[in-house]
Design a protein around this ligand. Structure first.
Ligand SMILES: [Zn+2]
Ligand SMILES: [Zn+2]
Length: 303
């Protein structure tokens, strides 16, 4: 029998996630083609009790879904760190006004995290050890360890070792571990999710998240799953732009691209997993014994 409490896939994309960031394809291929209503229907069919959509820097999916009592508005904000690197931060249960305020600060990280704190917004660092958003430096983790209450520890599209390293880091720092499919195609929806035991209403679910009363469910990614997702996006691109069918032969290279991406992900997880474990063991995230001494100096953020 299914245990009591509500479930939610906390990392979901829709057609409002913008264009893909890959050179050459950024004019014709979207990050995701899923219609928000179809996303909602599919998540419900697959056993999710609550629904949210975490589009990249957009809350436009909310337009179609805000009438549902089981929906809450969220987004995945693309932030620029003080080091110049990028990171994806999920911010949950926000208002339209908060969305605009977050967007105005996403390139000023100290102001961004100060706003999160001022507004008591619940946020998470997504795919923390992934190379998905480009390079990472040690100073970034010093910010992550002091400024966020939660880390994503089960992403449905990154390798299990990557998720395991994130879970170990979250546990060492006393962070709440979250989960979501990171579905860019309908097929992957609800492949990873959280469960808040005992919650019966949206408010109880959100309170449970904040209190860390969370269990994660579902599976990590695989090369096959990622390949399937990329090919599905290619198919949608050709439907939207019929001339792009001329690029179809490139589809043969997709497995090679996803495999090399997988190797990069595993390498990043091993490298940063080891360094962060060392830092977490010595003084809750201090880097002095493990890597470059690089911690945020803005005292507004500490505590
Ligand atoms: Zn992301
Ligand atoms: Zn995402």
């Amino acid at each position: 029998m299914r245990s009591t409490g509500l479930r939610c896939d906390l990392h979901v994309h829709s057609i409002h996630s913008g264009m893909c960031t890959m050179p050459w394809f950024d004019r014709i291929c979207r990050e995701c083609y899923s219609d928000p209503r179809e996303v909602h229907r599919t998540l419900k069919r697959r056993g999710m009790d609550m629904v949210t959509i975490t589009d990249h820097d957009s809350i436009d999916a909310g337009e179609a879904l805000r009438r549902f009592s089981d929906f809450f508005l969220s987004e995945e904000v693309t932030c620029r760190m003080p080091s110049g690197t990028e990171v994806h931060i999920a911010v949950y249960d926000i208002s339209e006004r908060q969305h605009w305020q977050l967007q105005a600060r996403r390139r000023d990280f100290p102001a961004f995290v100060a706003y999160l704190r001022e507004q008591h917004l619940f946020s998470s660092v997504n795919h923390i050890f992934s190379s998905l958003t480009g390079r990472r430096v040690a100073a970034d983790f010093a910010w992550f360890s002091t400024c966020f209450p939660a880390f994503e520890v089960r992403n449905g599209h990154v390798p299990r070792c990557n998720n395991n390293a994130a879970a170990a880091y979250a546990q060492a720092l006393g962070k709440t571990g979250l989960a979501g499919s990171d579905a860019h195609a309908v097929r992957s929806l609800a492949s990873a999710y959280v469960h808040v035991p005992g919650s019966r209403t949206k408010q109880e679910f959100l309170d449970g998240l904040r209190a860390g009363r969370v269990e994660v469910g579902g599976a990590s990614g695989s090369v096959w799953k990622l390949t399937r997702e990329v090919l599905a996006l290619g198919e949608c691109m050709m439907r939207e732009h019929p001339l792009s069918v001329l690029l179809a032969p490139l589809g043969a290279l997709v497995p090679l691209a996803t495999l090399s991406n997988w190797v990069r992900e595993v390498y990043a997880a091993q490298r940063w997993g080891r360094l962060t474990a060392c830092a977490a063991a010595s003084q809750q995230g201090a880097w002095s014994d493990c890597a470059q001494p690089a911690t945020p100096h803005d005292t507004r953020l500490v505590g």
